[in-house]
Design a protein around this ligand. Sequence first.
Ligand code: DOR
Ligand code: ZN
Length: 425
Amino acid sequence: MSAYLIKGASVVGSEPTDLLVRDGVVAEVGRGLDVAGAVIIDAAGLVVLPGLVDLHTHLREPGREDAETVESGSRAAALGGYTAVCAMANTSPVADTAGVVEQVWRLGREAGLVDVQPIGAVTVGLAGERLAELGAMADSAAQVRIFSDDGHCVADPRLMRRALEYVKAFDGVIAQHAEEPRLTEGAQMHEGEVSTRLGLTGWPAVAEEAIIARDVLLAEHVGSRLHVCHVSTAGSVEVLRQAKARGVRVTAEVTPHHLLLTDESAATYDPVFKVNPPLRTATDIAALRAALADGVIDIVATDHAPHALEDKECEWAYARPGMLGLETALSIVLDVLGPNWDLIAERMSRTPARIAGLAEHGIDPAPGTPANLTLVDPAARRTVVAAELASRSRNTPYAGTVLPGRIVATFLRGEPTVLDGKAVK
Ligand code: DOR
Ligand code: ZN
């Protein structure tokens, strides 16, 4: 194990200092550190953040290793500045048993690039009919605490209530993909002016808002923790604002793409812009940005959703929903929030780590803390080239776009996973 001396970095936006990383921890912090034998990293102009934590990543293994593997997704995550990702359960087979979540957890350990924390399915096969083995997944080596049928909504209110009750025993959380299925049958994009013009079946905002309203009431009734995935509408923000004001134990995420892109993108008919929930309007974006700043939305999560070429390079109606996110998220958030490093650390590291119960993550670097860190160059600008991404898939909506910020280095427990902007292994 080498020691690393990071020289002249700004810790979460404060005055430049040096950090010594040794034996898995931040050993020292201070100006003018000089340590014999340490690998020197010149970090003048760079910002150190606690390693980013993604609460919503699709890694596709087992089942769709052509689109992504635990290893390729982990590498994409490390390059994006992440030190931990929560892997969604909609794999094949579904992560609805202790066996599957342990397999994903073990593959993450073997890749060794980020901590991969599996999310368990709420219902068997994501079918929305019977509760999965939540307790067995919680007791497994993977120690699952977040459960989600993401991709599908737990639409049955009785099942949702039971799931919320069940996870209360071990302080688990149900992460809901809020989509009332009866209101989105055949939906292709956001229901609004653009869908009318294009003649595509719409996904109305109320399909999301109605489920969130119901679920915050259920969570309040049961006294359990609810997390709302990929909030996309101004109306959802208002429902969440009221629930939080009443003290409901609810947290919420927004994706980078819902903070930036609108339903006008669908007019290109390029399926790279097809995503669920769909891209909304400028009014929604403004409400989501304000909610992210004031805390009604707690975190940014990527919903990194790799898809193979044949599932994306086809007619809009047949394309799978979803877009890549891990390797561009920090840049988009920097673009949206500006160099507000404390807020970025809060929304992309500290709070997601707390929601997921990842005790070693989301901690600002100080002597004795686990060295899970990312080094960002805020002044750099880069053009996104799909072919250069570490993900096995190519479905980024930002190809050819110039984005601010670059991840220079990522450390997982004191070992670099990324150096000079390149994956170490
Ligand atoms: O766009 C999406 N893609 N939304 C989801 O809820 C699921 C995800 C996927 O698995 O591709
Ligand atoms: Zn989802």
